[in-house]
Design a protein around this ligand. Structure first.
Ligand code: UD1
Length: 418
């Protein structure tokens, strides 16, 4: 495994290009299972997770090729409907193949997912939704086997809380089901809308785009798609916050600031200067950061995927900040590591109380999950001295060319073998 070495206390300065969103690319790639022909997906980041889902599709008989950031995928001759533990265990989002495989093949067997260690993360909504569409489900030996003898039929599903991949899975199953399906309390994340747009371009009939109620009128067959992956709002947010944490100024290009409404309001309240245009965003930190409180919520609320990074920023603020996590129950694993760098943080239930300190100090820390890694990266950029982040394979899952982009911003970072 690799480790990331950061020689900190250096302001960031420059311009970088934001990549396509991992969390959008994964469902778009899964949706190619729904129709034969070559699908064309632009702006796909080359990350461990996108490679994993492509490897998974290959095991079903799919072919693919990459031309720069454009991905071409063909799923004409599917000859297997089983997603094995070996691949699924490395990436929870592998569950996204369940809906489309079942819709196309009438059968799917998918290992129950592992993935990030951030709590229980059940898939009961996915399974209930498929059941409501007439699928029979069997859970055995760590696998879920779903089958629909004739065809899936339209059904209604209500999510107790909006689930992103749950909404995506049910959407992909419903587009080829017989009759009408309704997803109530659906997730409204931009990644879901990206998938809705792809499915509509393939001939699917979906109403309620960008709302929490999606109505799907099933069609008999779909055509191959050409779609562009939206810019990664989490990568965008991570760099915005990193500039706030380390200081300096930067312009991020090829992004979509309108996908970060809550973060931008909060960063401005913390004293950062942010100038948005349609496809780029400028950030600078003119003075010491003010403390702010945040609470994570489904979109358009503050994203849980930026909570850890924001905590690193608040560690260097002028006062007390309360950070409340409402989406995942075990998403404070970065706290212990930030404390090793001198942060003052107390956890009280699902809130972290952060008392700003004047300085963080470089230390040896461990990346425990994807977002925790980014949080420690931000802290390391600001800290006096050298920070070594071990187990950074999580960072490779999320951030395309992170070392290169940070170096382009003037950071002294490198990757080494552990
Ligand atoms: C997706 C994102 C992840 C992000 C998360 C929340 C992808 C690949 N991953 O994950 O980066 O952190 O959204 O924005 O897009 N839940 C259930 N039962 C279910 C499904 C979910 O109880 O069947 C709960 C979860 O425990 C959690 C909440 O619903 O409390 C939201 O989770 P969900 O939106 O499903 O997260 P993911 O789609 O896995």
């Amino acid at each position: 495994m690799d480790k990331l070495i950061i020689d900190g206390a250096r302001k960031l300065q420059g311009e970088i290009r934001i990549s396509g969103a991992k969390n959008a690319a994964l469902p778009l790639i899964a949706a190619t299972l729904l129709a034969p022909g070559w699908h064309i997906i632009h702006n796909v980041p080359d990350l461990r997770d996108t490679r994993t889902i492509l490897a998974l599709l290959e095991t079903f008989g799919a072919e693919w090729k990459r031309e720069g950031s454009t991905l071409l995928v063909k799923t004409d001759s599917l000859n297997n409907f089983e997603a094995s533990y070996d691949l699924v265990k490395t990436m929870r989002a592998s569950i996204l193949v369940l809906g489309p495989l079942l819709a196309r093949m009438g059968k799917a067997k998918v290992s129950l997912p592992g993935g990030c260690a951030i709590g229980a993360r059940p898939i009961d909504f996915h399974l209930q939704g498929l059941k409501n569409m007439g699928a029979s489900l069997d859970l055995e030996d760590g696998y879920v086997t779903a089958s629909a003898q004739n065809h899936l039929t339209g059904g209604t599903i209500y999510f107790d809380v909006p689930s992103v991949t749950g909404t995506e899975n049910i959407l992909m199953a419903a587009v080829l089901a017989k009759g009408e399906s309704v997803i109530k309390n659906a997730a409204r994340e931009p990644e879901v809308t990206n998938l809705v747009d792809m499915l509509i371009s393939m001939g699917a009939r979906i109403e309620g785009r960008e709302t929490d109620r999606l109505t799907i009128h099933g069609v008999k067959s779909l055509n191959p798609a050409e779609i562009t992956t939206i810019p990664d709002r989490i990568e965008t947010g991570t760099y915005l916050i990193a500039v706030g944490t380390a200081g300096g100024e930067a312009t991020l290009t090829h992004c979509n600031p309108s996908h970060l409404p809550a973060l931008i309001v909060k960063l401005r309240a913390a004293g950062l200067i942010i100038k948005e245009s349609e496809n780029s965003i400028f950030v600078s930190r003119p003075a010491k950061v003010q403390s702010i409180d945040i609470k994570t919520h489904p979109y358009p609320g503050f994203p849980t995927d930026l909570q850890a990074q924001l905590m690193a920023l608040m560690s260097l603020s002028t006062g007390l900040s309360v950070i409340t996590e409402t989406i995942f129950e075990n998403r404070f694993m970065h706290v212990a590591e930030l404390k090793r760098m001198g942060a003052e943080i107390k956890i009280n239930g699902n809130s972290a109380i952060v008392k700003g300190v004047n300085q963080l100090n470089g230390a040896q820390v461990m990346a425990t999950d994807l977002r925790a890694s980014a949080s420690l990266g931000g802290a390391g950029l600001a800290a006096q001295g050298v920070t070594e982040i071990s187990r950074i394979y999580h960072l490779d899952r999320e951030n395309e060319d992170m070392v290169g982009k940070l170096q382009a911003l003037g950071a002294r970072v490198s990757k080494e073998k552990e």
